[in-house]
Write a protein that binds this ligand. Sequence first.
Ligand SMILES: [Ca+2]
Ligand SMILES: [Ca+2]
Length: 499
Amino acid sequence: MPKWADGNTETYPSATIDVGENNTVTFSSYRWYSPHNHGADKDRLPTRWKIEISTDNVVWQTCDVSACGWTTEDQAKSSSWTGANSVPRGPFVMGAADASASSLYTLNSSYFAGGTERDTYRPLKARYFRLRVYETQRPDAGANAWGWQMAEFSLWKDGKRLLWPITTAEPVLEGSTLLTSHNSALTNLVNNIVWAEGDADLKDNWPDPERTVVQRLPSYVDIDAGQEIEFDAYSFTTTGNPGNQNDRLPKSWRLAISSDGSAFTPIDDVGAYVPPAEVLATPYQTVGPFPLSAKFPYLDTYAANSIGDASPVAISNNATLKIDADYEKFGPLSGAGVLDLVWNAVGEINACAPATFSGSVTGEGTLAVCGDSVQTFDGATLSGAKTLELNGGAIAGTASFGGNDVTVAFNGGATGAALSGIGTLTVTGDVKYAVPDITEIESCSVTLFTAAEIPAASQELLEAGEFVDASRKWNWGVTVTGTTVTLYGNKRGTALMIR
Ligand SMILES: [Ca+2]
Ligand SMILES: [Ca+2]
């Protein structure tokens, strides 16, 4: 590429770089440098440009269009050539996955770990891991920054950092060389040594930190755990050297997994990671964890996930929401329309916020409730719910079942709702009663279940029910007959019993 195109009559001639026959360059970003900014150079600085790539010098594809305005930094630094300096531009990142995006991808089912039938996401599993680093935070910071550095690469599952098993081999480095001074070793990447935050001794001994320093970009390490590991996220740990550590912190990377050590499948691409301020300020900080499972819905499953698991669902009057998957979980339910559960479908309300539903449930399925809050029914008709599953949170208000037989399954959730119009009421699990939130009266009673028949076994479970009352200002009891279950309460300290 010429320094400039002397004799070229184009105002903005393009420049072509040929890396040579049979050579290709893998890249995710680029930068360029201004000349020494002496004389007229500063006036020739590009402010808008386009990068195109080609494999044959015939067909070109645009991969970036960018701009960078002229700044005071671009002014001549000196009146002499020797005192002038070039100014770096970039890195400009293109084509990298947006870390905040919610795109979903597919993955071979062999990479999914086991779960329950209702899981739409599962942990991933793999034995081989390839971490490729394309770019660091400050590759221009000098020779010390030319490479990447971390104290540990870790996998996570269920919010906990996993330890690498004893079968884990020393990582294999490709496309680079390892810096071996000051306790830099490949084994340090997966040796489970991650100094605790605020470890004063190690913090003070930062010249010999626990670290792996790899000297070229892009480059990658292959990690063989020796056995399959189930995980749903990953992280890095920074080292104890707050100087070049921050320059060497990865900015752009790819994580790929393999079950045979040769064919790798990418599972995460990060293009322009910006670390939080505390990560830069303190040694041995966790970078991440970066969650993975939610990117890969488990498709070969009984469950579907057309509606976000926490998305509020409002069904307008005269509208019908039909659940035609075996299982669908969604957010708080409101509105006065129809929720249609086709044969055997399970519609699970995630009561993550209070909501009131006054419509109908039709079909022949299971209505389930989970979460931490209360799902209220206001005169709802639940004749399509053959089973009412209480998996968490509580239900309140009023609903009727149109005379159908109903099974109420207590799996951790509670009821404080007045449920009527039940044929035969069958109860399973550990019954929990959510007591009314009352302040102004001295006593109350609520008929929670009204049924044509409550079999003896269910009556026993209902009598043994537990009262969920955070206030502890009331005494609660329950009266169970062959057809009704009535909750009653008296405010504590208001009755004086004299014998
Ligand atoms: Ca380590
Ligand atoms: Ca869902």
